[in-house]
Ligand binder design. Structure first.
Ligand SMILES: Cc1cc2nc3c(=O)[nH]c(=O)nc-3n(C[C@H](O)[C@H](O)[C@H](O)COP(=O)(O)OP(=O)(O)OC[C@H]3O[C@@H](n4cnc5c(N)ncnc54)[C@H](O)[C@@H]3O)c2cc1C
Length: 415
């Protein structure tokens, strides 16, 4: 069992034993995934974390960032989850979050999925092997006028005489700011439409201003300025930028939600372990009813939050028209649930849970960042609400997201 106290860290194998295995009949009723392989991934993660721990005592900064990158690279040599069903990847994210929310980029392509699904053959050949070998992809959407309105993107490209585009603008609140090898950049194409491109992080014209965050501080975060950054035609992703963004986040948000719920589940287990230890030591004669009610309520909240994320992930994997709605709503709900459950549970730890080096305190800081990252929660609820307020005839058009390249004809690029 994990502990709220510093020095004792949660393991991925515990996440399977205490949370995923008991929920298996509802998480995976048709036995779609290989649970022995999932246990193997957990073992591999636990082995790496034994010699490279990333607990709250390892403060944010260069050393933490380089350790997280080394963990990703190390595991990339043994484990590739990108060919597994989305459910497998989602449960892997839950295990990562259970160990530490900063491990959310340990497996998979992350935002590099956009390149894998919509990139040109050249972009895929250039980036996918590097990402599979452990390098990181960032995403640059948000601008100073507000990330909840990507349709109003100001960063724009002008066509050069040599067939390339030059992009200028400012992106802000960008995660993986100094660690990403490639950014999936959203900008206005010369024809005025929203477009996306894979931009090499070493490209001249990129400038970074890191800003220290309150939570989710494993990666550098801050402002990414672009000054006439060169975009070749093969860097541009196929398809309308807004549709790419919507399709990507329909699948990505359930993964984020699972990571957050994993972190909250670790807090739950820390609290139950602490209560048991205090009772065994005779410090508590019995566990109060109010504490039992909190445990009962938060457990079912976290479990149903996870089921919601699994459902959203199934819809996204199948290209269902309602995938965007459920990805948005279950992210907002799952992150809200993780935040409220951990706030309630943390009280049961007493002041020991308030130590800066306590994993519970770190999880709470990270969870607060997830209220904003990958979609601010009130805008996500609003997206869902808007669709509920739309008539059935038009709802289908609003929710439809594009199928990835390979399943649809490629879209011609125009300069
Ligand atoms: C830890 C972290 C990591 C992040 N990583 C990335 C990243 O890697 N890449 C990236 O592109 N972005 C990233 N972001 C940015 C994130 O996506 C944005 O924070 C989010 O999209 C919301 O945008 P905003 O913060 O600019 O808030 P805004 O869009 O300004 O919204 C703030 C508030 O204003 C409200 N609002 C908006 N319009 C109106 C209106 N007309 N009237 C009244 N209220 C309104 C919103 O509902 C919201 O409550 C990250 C953020 C965080 C915190």
């Amino acid at each position: 069992m994990n502990s709220a106290m510093p020095g004792r860290l949660a393991t991925a194998s515990e996440a399977i034993t205490t949370w995923l295995q008991p929920l298996r009949p509802v998480l995976d009723p048709c036995d779609r995934i290989d649970w022995r392989r999932l246990a193997g991934v957990a073992d591999a993660l636990d082995r790496v974390l034994t010699h490279s721990p990333v607990g709250a005592a390892l403060l944010a900064g260069a050393e933490r960032s380089s350790r997280l990158r080394a963990i990703r690279r190390d595991l990339a040599r043994h484990v590739d989850t990108t060919r597994d069903p989305d459910l497998f990847q989602l449960l892997t994210q839950f295990m990562c979050g259970y160990c530490d929310i900063d491990l959310r980029d340990t497996f998979g392509l992350g935002h590099g999925r956009l390149i894998g699904r919509h990139g040109s053959a050249q972009a895929q050949q250039r980036w996918i092997p590097r990402l599979l070998a452990g390098e990181l992809a960032g995403i640059a959407v948000t601008e100073p006028h507000g990330g909840s309105r990507p349709a109003e993107t100001h960063t724009c490209a002008v066509a050069g005489s040599d067939g390339t585009w030059r992009v200028t603008g400012r992106k802000t609140w960008i995660g993986r700011l100094t660690e990403a090898a490639v950014f999936v950049l959203f900008f206005r194409a010369p024809d005025g439409g929203l477009a996306a491109a894979a931009v090499d992080a070493t490209e001249p014209g990129l400038r970074r201003q890191p800003i220290p965050p309150t939570g989710l501080a494993g990666w550098a975060w801050g402002v990414l300025d672009l000054d006439e950054v060169k975009i070749r035609q093969e860097d541009v992703l196929h398809g309308d930028g807004m549709l790419l963004l919507r399709e990507h986040f329909a699948g990505y948000r359930p993964l984020v939600t699972a990571t957050a719920l994993g972190g909250a589940a670790a807090v739950f287990d820390a609290v139950t372990a602490r209560l048991s230890a205090r009772k065994a030591a005779g410090d508590l004669h019995r566990v109060r009813d109010s504490a039992l009610i909190t445990l009962g309520r938060t457990h079912v909240q976290l479990a149903t939050g996870l089921l919601g994320a699994v459902t959203a992930s199934h819809l996204a994997e199948g290209g269902h028209p309602a995938a965007e709605l459920w990805g948005a709503a279950t992210k907002a709900h799952g992150i809200d649930t993780a935040n409220s459950a951990t706030a309630e549970l943390a009280l049961l730890l007493g002041a020991s849970g308030f130590r800066a080096d306590c994993q519970t305190a770190k999880i709470r800081r990270d969870l607060s960042g997830l209220l904003y990252a990958d979609g601010i929660h009130d805008s996500l609820y609003r997206t869902a609400g808007k669709q509920h307020a739309t008539t059935k005839d038009t709802a289908r058009d609003i929710t439809a997201v594009p199928t990835p390249r390979g399943r649809s004809a490629s879209v011609a690029m125009t300069a």
